[in-house]
Design a protein around this ligand. Structure first.
Ligand SMILES: C[S@@+](CC[C@H](N)C(=O)[O-])C[C@H]1O[C@@H](n2cnc3c(N)ncnc32)[C@H](O)[C@@H]1O
Length: 252
């Protein structure tokens, strides 16, 4: 029997390691704080504005994504498909979409995990989550306002974690990766889309300047794969397009 949206929120609430209030259709652990964790710059700040979430999914993300991925990178639909495949989602799985924005990926994951599964969209921006809730989607989806670096879930609670277009804007990305390994079940899968600086000059310098100005960290090629390996992930795959990398792995 399909779970109701209310039930999905209750099921997420039951997984949390601290009490949460339901506000405007999502669980809120940040209360009056505007920002999850220390601010990292202009891009992260833009995400909290009222206007950006309204145009994010349709215009902003596809356009900026294409500019960063280059002509041969995956389309938005291709990214969603790839993330779903690399997570190996099955009916009944619980999946955490970290920094979910307006929930485009979360909704697809909610459909992939079927009526007995759960797709949790976590983000720090109220305006993004308000738009995600307004977009609707499968009854298996619920949203949570919390700090992505420290997801408020117990150890070994989820089967999959997706974190697309966000790790580079966290104040402590390495701590976030520690947290992701903590909340994933053994055998659980992770997929990340983040920045990838070119190896050669002058492109490398241009990437670094762009990252500095926008407040986003530019990771090196191979850096995320090595970070995952160090945390016990295996079966790691890496895909590079423009200044982006999609890295996936499975927790031992
Ligand atoms: C570029 S959007 C990515 C949205 C979606 N994952 C996608 O691929 O389109 C980045 C998101 O990260 C969120 N974010 C940034 N820092 C965060 C933090 N420390 N905790 C929670 N969310 C954060 C922003 O609010 C924003 O919604």
């Amino acid at each position: 029997m399909p779970t109701s949206r209310n039930t999905a929120l209750e099921r997420v609430d039951a997984l949390l390691d601290q009490p949460a209030e339901t506000v405007d259709g999502f669980l809120d652990l940040l209360g009056a704080a505007d920002q999850a964790g220390p601010p990292t710059g202009v891009t992260q700040r833009l995400m909290r504005t009222t206007l950006l979430p309204q145009v994010y999914e349709r215009y902003w993300r596809p356009a900026l994504g294409r500019a960063l991925k280059g002509p041969f990178g995956p389309s938005m639909a291709g990214e969603v498909r790839l993330a779903t495949e690399l997570l190996g989602l099955k009916p009944g799985h619980t999946v955490l979409d970290v920094a979910c924005g307006t929930g485009r990926f979360t909704r697809a994951f909610g459909a992939a995990v079927g009526p007995g599964g759960l797709a949790i969209g976590l983000d720090g921006a109220r305006t993004m989550l308000a738009k995600a809730v307004a977009e609707g989607g499968p009854d298996t989806v619920a949203y949570l306002r919390a700090d992505a670096v420290h997801p408020p879930l117990g150890e070994s609670t989820v089967d999959g974690i997706c974190c697309f277009a966000a790790l580079h804007m966290f104040a402590e990305p390495e701590t976030a990766l520690d947290s992701f390994a903590r909340v994933l079940k053994p055998g659980g899968r992770i997929v990340l889309l983040t920045s990838a600086r070119h190896g050669r000059q002058p492109a490398r310098l241009a990437d670094s300047v762009g990252g500095f100005v926008s407040g986003q960290r530019m990771f090196d090629r191979g850096e995320i794969a090595a970070s995952l390996r160090a945390r016990g992930f295996t079966s790691i795959t890496e895909r590079y397009a423009g200044v982006t990398q999609i890295v996936a792995g499975r927790l031992r």
